[in-house]
Design a protein around this ligand. Structure first.
Ligand SMILES: Cc1ncc(COP(=O)(O)O)c(C=O)c1O
Length: 509
């Protein structure tokens, strides 16, 4: 694995604070131990008023700490007590200047990151294959996106990272851009040279935003790619619920204050987040931070050794391929997170979706995702050797059934070029629209998104002029049985287009 020599946060002595502390969880336990009488919401009152079967199933302690905002447990919107301390500990653990709890996942944190650094009419440079929360942030902020194309790997049919060269070229062509956003690592665990990208972006004196949804563990083990904060990013968000031990919805947003105003981030997060965040979830985040900061290195070693074993074994199964270090140095591939196991099944002559369904229906093994060519197993320190052995046994059986049985190898379909952007996404999203057949929409301006899986790259964003290549591509994808989604019409026969007489055009090249 290629790694720059940067000291990871793997030794307890690198921290400023005592990372064994869990201030919010402690405050909640004190509330329970004091047998506090609850004249506050939620109405189940420590579980007494909850549905019996549900309470017995999930356990009454979850209800006992399911409280609301009051002094002893602090407020997420104006933290002065245990939540403030828990966020300070999270900043210390990740090496940032300030950390914030996002109880709307990384989706909410990404919207907040974008709204904190750009406003209406500002240019923001982003990869074309962004998660929809980034486009939501762009619509909410009124910013103008400028796209960079990620590197597409035809062997496995997925998009990898953005190269430093693409970043440099796009910045040269857009010197008025106010920020640049990178997804790192990708869903499939591929990381770009983030440190080099940070240096390039900073040479234009603008902030680097990182969607680190799939990387809240990176900073805690030397065998993993460099984390956003280590690389010098200015702001990033991390799905602590996806990869490390926090419960679903809990993410962290990290800030370096040289180029990003932490007070502005706090204000935007407060604008977007619920006034009733779950204390159960926030406590799980407080404890997940303790766990990764104090035991992360050893736990991740375990996860890495399990997934490395699984990768080697899968590569011995006829018809299956699981990429690893041999792709390092390919375009957009600088380093790899070995805890992600992407299983390519093109040579079995079945789609990733078929394989996913067989695993789920016949073997009760649930994968993270599937696309036309692959399935993805997200590894973590919650896995066991038994889980991987079950997966391997199932894959061997499926291979014996399908490999070499004359099934046609699944073909690739080339993506059309990015169309011309005529309107700011917010303008197009809010405009008066009409519904037309996709086959009749050539030359019109899309009022909707259209996304294809794989490779997960949007074909159309609101405000873009629809081309013949795009219409033909959608037809091809549908004929191949691929997912096309994003339009209001679930069958994707119709698309909403902007009524041009009402449109306000922008001059975006
Ligand atoms: C690259 C990327 N960014 C952001 C998100 C949103 O994260 P969350 O589910 O925590 O809101 C996802 C979710 O899958 C993602 O894959």
């Amino acid at each position: 694995m290629r790694q720059d020599k940067i000291r990871k946060r793997v030794h307890i002595e690198v921290y400023k604070y005592n990372q064994y502390e869990t201030p919010l969880f402690d405050a909640l336990k004190t509330y329970v131990e004091n047998d506090t009488v609850p004249f506050h919401v939620p109405g189940h009152k420590k579980g007494v008023g909850a549905d019996q079967e549900f309470k017995e199933f999930i356990g009454e302690n979850a209800f006992k700490i399911d409280v609301t905002v009051f002094k002893s447990v602090d407020s997420l919107h104006h933290p002065t007590g245990p939540i403030k301390r828990a966020q300070e500990l999270a900043a210390d653990a990740y090496g940032s200047d300030a950390a914030f709890f996002s109880m709307h996942g990384t989706s909410g944190a990404i919207q907040a990151m974008i709204m904190s650094v750009v406003s209406s009419g500002d240019k923001i440079i982003i990869p074309r294959n962004v998660h929809k929360s980034i486009t939501a942030g762009i619509i909410l902020s009124g910013a103008i996106p400028v796209y960079m194309q990620p590197e597409f790997d035809k062997k496995v049919g997925i998009a990898h990272g953005i190269t430093p060269e693409t970043v440099k070229k796009t910045l040269e062509e857009n010197k008025d851009a106010k920020a640049l956003l990178i997804i790192n690592p990708t869903y499939y665990g591929v990381a770009t040279n983030l440190k080099k990208i940070a240096d390039i972006v900073h040479s234009y004196d603008i902030p680097l935003i990182v969607d680190e949804a799939h990387g809240p563990h990176l900073g805690f083990n030397d065998k993993l790619p460099m984390s956003a904060m280590e690389a010098g990013a200015d702001i990033c968000s991390q799905s602590t619920h996806k990869i490390i031990g926090a419960m679903t919805q809990c993410s962290l947003l990290q800030v370096r204050t040289k180029r990003v105003d932490a007070a502005r981030v706090a204000q935007v997060l407060s604008l977007l987040q619920t006034t009733s965040p779950s204390y159960v979830l926030m406590a799980s985040l407080d404890c997940a931070r303790r766990q990764i900061a104090t035991e992360g290195e050893a736990l991740l070693d375990k996860a890495i050794s399990l997934t490395s074993y699984a990768r080697d074994e899968i590569n011995k199964i006829p018809g299956l391929y699981c990429f690893g270090n041999e792709i390092l140095g390919n375009p957009g591939v600088y380093s790899l997170d070995p805890t992600k196991v992407t299983i390519t099944c093109r040579d079995l002559g079945i789609t990733g979706y078929d394989l996913d369904m067989i695993l789920s229906n016949k073997y009760h093994i649930q994968m993270e995702l599937s696309d036309l060519y692959n399935i993805l197993a997200v590894g973590s320190f919650g896995d066991t050797a038994e889980s991987y052995d079950k997966l391997l046994t199932a894959l061997r059986e499926i291979s014996a059934e399908y490999y070499g049985k004359g099934n046609k190898k699944v073909d690739f379909i080339d993506i059309p070029p990015i169309p011309k952007q005529e309107l700011i996404p917010r303008e197009a999203f809010n405009s008066v629209k009409s519904r037309v057949l996709i086959s009749k929409s050539i030359g019109m301006i899309s009022g909707e998104f259209l996304l294809a899986y794989p490779p997960g790259i949007p074909i159309l964003c609101p405000g873009e002029r629809i081309t013949k290549e795009i219409v033909d591509y959608i037809k091809q994808l549908k004929e191949a049985g691929l997912y096309v989604q994003g339009t209001e019409d679930p069958e994707v026969n119709y698309i909403k287009v902007v009524k041009e007489e009402d449109a306000v055009y922008i001059n975006v090249e």
